[in-house]
Design a protein. Structure first.
Length: 235
């Protein structure tokens, strides 16, 4: 149906950009300051998880529980935002994936395609990560871990905001979550939206993981805008 309007909700880390190690280092640094314990944080602790859940897991691994846990979470984020803002700007290991700039520009010019974010970052850290690449302008709406620490709750929040802001209605089958982990796929499927998996690392292994998680499409990198139109059934 050519009257369809499609909403693509993009994950950030590993999908649009590779943020480098700055954020992960900061989690370790600040948790060490708050708890006196150095808790390691590997990729498997973070990929696909939301920031508040990553933090909670680290604090629990440091033996922090109960009221102290909430207290530490409240203290963490203001320090995190301030240091991330400063250090991320200067970080040489962050990068935007090659195809992203042109793709978003082309998609944003499509009349029936709308763009948003669904990310495990807090809103403020999402903007800190996107701004150096000028990507924030493509995403007037989104849902963030600061809205809810449970990623599965985020896509409907983003859809609600998109419908309100643009005064359009999206059918479930025209809402697509685009992301690089099984958590992105799951948060689409549990809400009856559709999932586009991007397997940038580990090639076949990651592709089959995303497929087993139920991804409707899986690509090595973000596909062309023409491919996005095909996915959205707009050709
Ligand atoms: Mg990701």
């Amino acid at each position: 149906m050519n009257s369809n309007k499609a909403l693509f909700l993009f994950d950030i880390d590993g999908t649009l950009i590779s943020p480098g190690i700055t954020a992960r280092r900061l989690f370790v640094e600040i948790v060490t300051e708050l708890t006196g314990k150095k808790i390691p944080l590997e990729v498997q602790h973070v990929a696909g998880f939301t920031d508040p859940l990553i933090l909670k897991d680290m604090l629990q691994r440091a033996g922090i529980e109960g009221i102290e846990l909430n207290d530490a979470i409240d203290k963490f984020f203001p320090i995190y935002y301030e240091r991330l803002e400063e250090r991320y700007k200067a970080a040489a290991d962050k990068k935007i994936y090659d195809e992203v700039g042109n793709l978003l520009k082309e998609l944003s010019e499509e009349k029936n395609i709308y763009l948003g974010l669904v990310t495990g970052n807090m809103k403020r850290s999402a903007m800190i990560k996107l701004t150096p690449f000028g990507l924030e302008r493509f995403f007037p709406v989104g849902a963030f871990a600061s809205d809810d620490p449970d990623r599965d709750k985020l896509p409907p929040i983003a859809v609600g905001r998109a419908e309100k802001d643009w005064n359009v209605e999206f059918q479930n089958e025209n809402v697509f979550v685009v992301g690089d982990t099984i958590h992105d796929i799951r948060c689409a499927l549990v809400n009856n939206y559709r999932a586009v998996g991007i397997a940038r690392r580990d090639g076949d292994k990651e592709k089959s993981m995303l497929k087993s998680a139920g991804a409707d499409w899986v690509f090595d990198t973000l596909p062309s805008s023409a491919e996005f139109k095909t996915i959205a059934n707009l050709n």
